[in-house]
Design a protein around this ligand. Structure first.
Ligand code: ACO
Length: 429
């Protein structure tokens, strides 16, 4: 990656001048790399809410405007006009592919979708009731033992193959995790199908009968994947970068990202939103839940509302709401939870509490309803997110390795434990 940082001025901290940089969009940053050398002090920023951990040219979010850009292109345009493969190429390479580039990339991904036959045996070690995310953490980490030839991170060609393998094998692994937990045989990938169609085929077909992928549903799922592909330096992406900063194996780094995504505050929120809509059940009970959400003595929060970065409507939520309606129409289901969701959104968007705190629906608000209508059980919601986010994780991993300023991640701390003291022998304690 070629640095595009521009100096915009300076800032005085503790009497010393530090450079201030500006990027293409977003907040300016103060370069405090020399702060400790000059002042002997660290900065204190739990949760890194004020810290830019790296320079990146992949994704940008403007939380106040409700804007999400992949390589400069608005997410709404990509979700409407591009497909998974085109968007993945864009995130990885920085530009939309030409027809030839797209065909070559599609081919490279398609011909890496199979996993080593011995890899299948690995699954037998898991209990049948294991959560698919638990299986994915283990299975993706195990890829490092099967494809060691592509893990010389200093060789650009090996990095490229690792990137292709990771994106190509993720649907196969996610589908295998699903099939294993429901006791059905693994289904091999089909090279004549598009990326998302192939994933649906591996999840929903069985050897006993023919299965034809519904193109409308596959296209909706493709859109959902695009929405989830990347999101700046979120917790799981930062985990992948931190793991990768030590020079670790790329597949192991992605396994670390999966582990982080599994947390309910990150990838698990769509499941929580669906549970909440189910608990509310009918439109007439909405006021009761709005009151609970506003009550400071009640820990209840409206799931799928609010976001650390978006202080406006999450642009992904708009696309998701549309995809939700398309899927429900295609499967011919009238889900009463969609009515509850729409009404809840309407009431919350007019309520002073939510308006004042800038709490808008996030991507998770409608995604649970949509994924359920597509035929996925709740336990698969986060694996689907992981499948899509793999593109962002691996693109950010590669960008980090190609960044001349890259260093092993090693945050500091504010130590408030016991002061230095001498050991006390056991009989004197
Ligand atoms: N319902 C009711 N009140 C809320 C909600 C909510 N969903 N979200 C925030 N608030 C209130 C808080 O109580 C707080 O009120 P206060 O200022 O009176 O104390 C205020 O809004 C600010 O909340 P914070 O938690 O400080 O905001 P933050 O930006 O740190 O949190 C978060 C964002 C964690 C997403 C929060 O909005 C939340 O818990 N939402 C519900 C869970 C959810 O949908 N998570 C998915 C996020 S998207 C993703 O990860 C893909």
């Amino acid at each position: 990656m070629q640095s595009k940082i521009q100096q915009a001025g300076t800032a005085i901290i503790e009497g010393t001048e530090f450079p201030v940089y500006k990027g293409t969009h977003g907040n300016e940053v103060i370069d405090i790399r020399n702060l400790t050398k000059v002042t002997g002090k660290f900065t204190f920023d739990p949760g890194f809410t004020s810290t830019a951990s790296c320079e990146s040219q992949i994704t940008f979010i403007d939380g106040d405007e409700g804007m999400l850009l992949y390589r400069g292109y608005p997410i709404e345009q990509l979700a409407e006009q591009a497909d998974f493969i085109e968007t993945a190429y864009l995130l990885l390479e920085g530009e939309l592919p030409t027809r030839e580039e797209c065909a070559k990339f599609r081919n490279d991904i398609t011909y890496h979708t199979m996993v080593h036959e011995h890899f299948l045996k690995f699954f037998d070690g898991f209990r049948r009731d294991a959560h698919p995310m638990a299986i994915m953490c283990g299975a993706v980490g195990a890829l490092s033992a099967f494809y060691h030839d592509s893990t010389d991170i200093h060789d650009p060609e090996a990095r490229k193959i690792a990137v292709h393998r990771m994106i190509a094998k993720m649907p196969t692994i996610a589908a295998m995790a699903y099939k294993y937990t429901i006791g059905q045989p693994f289904v091999y990938p089909r090279n004549d199908l598009h990326y998302t169609e192939n994933f649906m085929h591996m999840c929903f077909s069985v050897p006993a009968e023919d299965y034809e992928v519904n193109k409308t549903l596959a296209s909706a799922l493709d859109k959902i994947f695009i929405l989830h592909m990347d999101h700046e330096q979120n917790a799981s992406t930062s985990t992948v970068r931190l793991a990768g900063s030590s020079g670790a194996n790329p597949f192991a780094c992605i396994a670390a990202g999966i582990a982080c995504l599994w947390g309910p505050a990150h990838g698990g929120a769509n499941e929580a939103a669906l549970n909440m809509l189910q608990e509310i059940g009918t439109v007439d009970r909405i006021p009761e839940y709005i009151a609970k959400a506003k009550d400071k003595s009640d820990p209840f929060r409206l799931m799928g509302f609010g976001h650390r970065v978006y202080k406006n409507y999450d642009p992904r939520a708009k696309v998701m709401q549309k995809a939700s309606a398309e899927v429900l129409e295609a499967v011919g289901v009238k889900d009463p939870l969609l009515d509850v969701a729409k009404e809840l959104e309407k009431i919350a968007l007019e309520d002073e509490y939510f308006v004042e705190k800038k709490l808008y629906p996030n991507i998770d608000f409608y995604s649970g309803i949509t994924l359920r209508a597509l035929g996925f059980p709740r336990s698969m919601f986060t694996p689907l997110f992981a499948l899509a986010r793999t593109v962002g994780w691996i693109a950010q991993w590669r960008e980090m390795l190609e960044d001349p300023n890259q260093k092993i991640g090693r945050p500091r701390q504010l130590y408030t434990g016991a002061a230095k003291r001498d050991f006390v022998p056991m009989d004197q304690r």
